[in-house]
Design a protein around this ligand. Structure first.
Ligand code: SF4
Ligand code: SF4
Length: 422
């Protein structure tokens, strides 16, 4: 039974032990580090000199899209309903919210606006997007319009039939959440057999050759499972993982005390940096990304410089060009009530509702709030303004800035650099 197979056997092993193990040390590999979509830092865009990120880097940046003549990446929280009840859920979703989902007709007209704005990719999320009654109609329409589609799912509903449909619609990517070993994951996610069913969902995706990756939200309680997660990925041949920094939004605000300390998160980043180098040495296709904390960009760059990696200069230029956090610029979010936000974590300030104005008009409307975000570097708090990494971080995540300061440009306490590193 797979449940037994995926209980972590060695949970007393620390991240430090792994960092110091011979397996991960003495590896002289170069790596590059590029910012991706959805406020990500891609740690393993390794040595490839002809990848999308390079072209992306060369493109002219925009304050209203991923680059000139393109719209933003849209995180579409298409329903509030979810079959799980996770402790950290930024959208506070659960099974009771089965009436809160996006109107089908409005969804189709929204896609027309996506076209008008040249939105390159839509990340369909929720709640659990596969509970949305018109999910396949909407994906079909997006694909007809040649818009790339990724989904963010707990994987539980992905059976043979669903995975076939996803494959036939040429879904770009399925991000599936796992937050620890079987016992931890099930407790955290509020369902006794969540882990087992999620693994089945992943296997169904893989059988159909869908690109699948894991999402792991970092908390004080589960960082000890990171080595286990890498072992799981190797066993299941999963080639991508995104480590999400916990955001105190939705139910995540109830567990804000579980945000790892500065020292804990530095150890985690040291570990995954070594892992990225290790996979590079093995010529593995493994991709490691981090999400929702641009301090990572500064931290990894400092490590690359210290390690004298040849790719440091390129990585620095690429990150500088991208400019750090891009909420409200290259990213936006739309929820089940048809509200528009600067990203999926920032529901404290609604930019508008598409029942009243079109998405096109809302996105192009300018007011003090959106101006403050799109010109964040000029409006940021004094600590960040004085920081030498401002160009590649841009003051980190606005949702945390707001949570801690009631000011969208206040200091995000999840910055884990020491004063002398800033
Ligand atoms: S985190 Fe995801 S899987 Fe968990 S309750 Fe929220 S929407 Fe559902
Ligand atoms: S001080 Fe501000 S700009 Fe500098 S790394 Fe920290 S959050 Fe980013």
């Amino acid at each position: 039974m797979i449940v037994m197979k995926y209980r972590a056997k060695d949970i007393n092993r620390t991240i430090e032990d792994c960092i110091l193990s011979k397996k991960c040390s003495n590896i002289k590999a170069e790596m590059i580090l590029i910012v991706g979509d959805e406020n990500m830092v891609n740690l393993t865009a390794l040595l490839s000199k002809n990848n999308d990120e390079i072209r992306y880097h060369k493109a002219q940046m925009s304050k209203k899209g991923i680059k000139k003549n393109f719209g933003p990446v849209v995180v579409w929280n298409i329903t509030k309903e979810c079959n799980l009840n996770c402790k950290h859920c930024y959208s506070s979703s659960n099974i009771k919210d089965n009436k809160k989902y996006f109107d089908k007709k409005e969804a189709f007209s929204l896609i027309e606006d996506f076209k008008k704005l040249n939105v390159p990719v839509v990340l369909i999320s929720g709640g659990e997007p596969l509970t949305y009654p018109y999910f396949f109609d909407i994906v079909n329409k997006l694909r007809e319009e040649n818009i790339k589609v990724s989904i963010s799912t707990n994987g539980i509903l992905i059976d043979d039939e669903i995975s076939t449909k996803l494959k036939n619609l040429n879904i770009n990517y399925c991000g599936i959440s796992i937050d620890g070993d079987v016992d931890f994951h099930n407790k955290f996610r509020g369902l006794d057999d969540a882990f087992e069913r999620t693994i089945e969902g992943i296997r169904n995706c893989k059988k159909k050759d869908l690109k699948v990756g894991l999402r792991f939200t970092l908390t004080k309680e589960n960082i000890r499972y990171i080595p286990f997660i890498f072992e799981l990925m190797e066993k299941e041949e999963i080639k991508r993982i995104c480590f999400y920094h916990l955001v105190p939004a939705g139910r995540g605000a109830n567990i804000e005390n579980l945000i790892p300390s500065k020292e804990e998160i530095r150890k985690v980043m040291d570990y995954i940096y070594q892992k990225a180098k290790y996979y590079k040495e093995k010529d593995s296709q493994m991709e490691i990304l981090t999400v929702a904390n641009h301090t990572d960009a500064a931290y990894f760059l400092m490590k690359m410089k210290k390690d004298k990696l040849l790719s440091y200069e390129f990585a620095y230029k690429a990150l500088k060009k991208q400019g750090g956090n891009r909420s409200g610029k290259a990213i936006c979010s739309i929820d089940w009530e048809q509200n528009i936000y600067i990203d999926q974590f920032s529901k404290f300030n609604c930019l508008g509702n598409i029942k009243e104005n079109s998405f096109y008009d809302i996105w192009n409307f300018e007011n003090e709030f959106i101006d403050g975000i799109r010109n964040r570097k000029e409006n940021i708090n004094q600590t960040c303004k004085a920081c030498k990494h401002l160009d590649i971080c841009c003051g980190n995540l606005p949702a945390r800035s707001y949570y801690y300061n009631k000011d969208i440009n206040g200091f995000d306490r999840s910055c884990y650099l020491y004063d002398e590193e800033r």
